[in-house]
Design a protein around this ligand. Sequence first.
Ligand SMILES: [Fe+2]
Ligand SMILES: [Fe+2]
Length: 411
Amino acid sequence: MVTKYREINTESRIAIDADKLIVGKRLPFDVFVKDRGIIKHLFNKGMLFTNISKEVLKEKGISEVYISSNENFSIDNYLSATADKKTSPYDDPTLFKQYSFYKDKHHQIDKSLLLPGTKINFSLFVLESFNMKTVVEASEKSPALITESILNTTGDFLIKKSDIPLYHDYINSLLKEKAVSGKSNVKAIAIKENSKIVIKDLLDDPRSGEKIKESKLLVNNMIDCMLENRDSIYNLLTLRGYDYYTYTHSVNVCVLSIGLGVAIDLKKDDIEKLGIGAMLHDVGKSAVPHEILNKQGKLDDVEYRIMRNHVIEGEKILRTHKEIPEESFIPLLQHHEKLTGKGYPFKLSGDEIKLFGRITAIADCYDALTTQRPYKPAFTPFYALSIVAKETGDYDPDLLKTFIKMLGKIK
Ligand SMILES: [Fe+2]
Ligand SMILES: [Fe+2]
């Protein structure tokens, strides 16, 4: 799933002047740049090219970018075009409602656990660009075989919410097979998938003590996995999702925070407290209405206030769970604070923001940038790191350096 940067043959790409990219227009191609001699993927196809994107190029001293020469579009048409009138192609409320409905009734899974030749007794769907389609129908009575062609389908793989227990059984049966369970990546992905299920349940029922206990256990499993092998972070992360899911985001922020905690040599006991807080950092979103959470475009003032209140709501929920250590409240309370004092809800600055708050703030921002939202495509990890790094002053510079080093291998 994750590899080191590959040297790509630049001959199969066309070089164009960076200043030819049109501000205010979506890119009809993936954009690559040469960074210290290595070709890196900088902008995703479909991304709105903005002034910030332009600034990042300028700051990096990039005057030439590369696009694939076999892309199915006319470069001349693009270069002679002007900015798009509509900044979002998703302005159809009916389509959007339909999409929100589907999303709530389904659960996103990592297809890398679906092994060719195994049988599943739950149906699979994919969601891509607001379209949901059935990939394979299956049930307990008529199971389906996983084939390569199923796995080649692009988009987010989803299952029905009601089939989650069957998926859970599928994962457990995989782990019982010696040939499969011995592989550390399978173990790591299984931990991630189980964590997503638990967090999804917890967001539906945030006062469940049993789910809190389960999430603590899974955080411990993640830490063991990462202490054993630091590269397992890549299997624990969900990379390049096609859409945003609060449960996937929670698990990603937890994995990234633990990774950073391991990288700066925190004690295991502290990493546990950090991890549980990071896993639960957005639990207050369970109190935010779906229409606001899934809204396309900008939130109005009232909606924004409700959204920001997820921090305080989250604290209220966590206080009902006596077994949560006090230090685990820090990631939840401080993940939107910025060193410059421009964050929320307390507008803390400098030393007022504790280490756990600083760590989760970086993890949260990075994951938000690399995730697609209804109103914006995902940024590539490389571009996201450039943006986070650009926000100088908002994030802890030393932690940021370690974070960039830690994720430097992501393509
Ligand atoms: Fe948040
Ligand atoms: Fe978050």
